[in-house]
Design a protein around this ligand. Structure first.
Ligand code: SF4
Ligand code: SF4
Length: 230
């Protein structure tokens, strides 16, 4: 289970500045269970966007947005609505937004933050990973997570050590920031690299005290070896 929360409305609206036609994508998996991106929230978001004068060209709620093959097959029937949109507002966790951004050549905006539950999640068959930083940065990086794609977890650009597209610390791995650059170029968003990324609140990388008191935390917590349920 990946827990998410919707980003503040002003932040979402800021992402959509200058765009009039939006396609909304929700997730019937963890985002539905989190109350952030299921059918109900997608319908609410549609109304809110229309109240601001934006046109919603279409919407879809897919069982698991983190599964790229599923995303591609389910969106085949929505090609016209996607083509009419300036961007996709993706209402799910960081893994799902990354999977959608990798599957569709369209600007993808994250509508949610992934809440820290004490570790890395999204161990799906895809390569997308999220460390639950609590303040999703995918808006600025073409939908590639800088915290997991860059070996050093840099959030404001390349370290300068890459060689032939490979990371200086791990030559077997593509440089995350070169991937981000290529993705932004592909989506005609290179201007984002000139934008100021607000300082990150690293406190959000820690589970909140309130969350640690819930049964969800007890169920999700990785037990040290030999200390599982008895
Ligand atoms: S920036 Fe990365 S770690 Fe943070 S929520 Fe988004 S995908 Fe997860
Ligand atoms: S070479 Fe690229 S992936 Fe490696 S640490 Fe530097 S910026 Fe990050």
């Amino acid at each position: 289970m990946i827990l998410s929360r919707q980003k503040p409305w002003e932040e979402i609206l800021g992402y959509l500045d200058g765009e009039n036609n939006i396609f909304i994508l929700g997730c019937n998996g963890c985002a539905q269970a989190s109350g952030t991106g299921g059918p109900e929230q997608v319908t609410e978001m549609k109304s809110k966007l229309e109240e601001t004068g934006k046109k919603v060209t279409g919407s879809a709620v897919i069982d698991f947005l983190c599964e790229k093959a599923l995303v591609k097959s389910r969106l085949r029937s929505k090609v016209g609505q996607l083509e009419a949109a300036d961007s996709i507002l993706v209402m799910t966790c960081g893994v799902g937004v990354q999977a959608v951004a990798a599957s569709v050549n369209k600007v993808c905006h994250p509508a949610c933050n992934t809440v820290n539950l004490g570790g890395s999640r999204g161990e799906w068959q895809g390569s997308e990973r999220c460390v639950e930083c609590g303040d999703c940065l995918l808006e600025y990086t073409g939908g590639i997570c800088p915290l997991t794609a860059c070996t050093k977890g840099l959030i404001s650009g390349q370290c300068g050590g890459a060689s032939k597209g490979k990371c200086e610390l791990d030559p077997a791995k593509d440089c995350g920031w070169e991937l981000i650059y290529e993705r932004l170029k592909q989506k005609n968003q290179l201007d984002i690299l000139r934008r100021f990324i607000p300082p990150k609140n690293w406190d959000k990388m820690m589970p909140e005290v309130e969350i640690m008191a819930t049964s969800r935390w007890a169920l999700e917590r990785t037990e040290p070896e030999g200390e599982g349920l008895k």
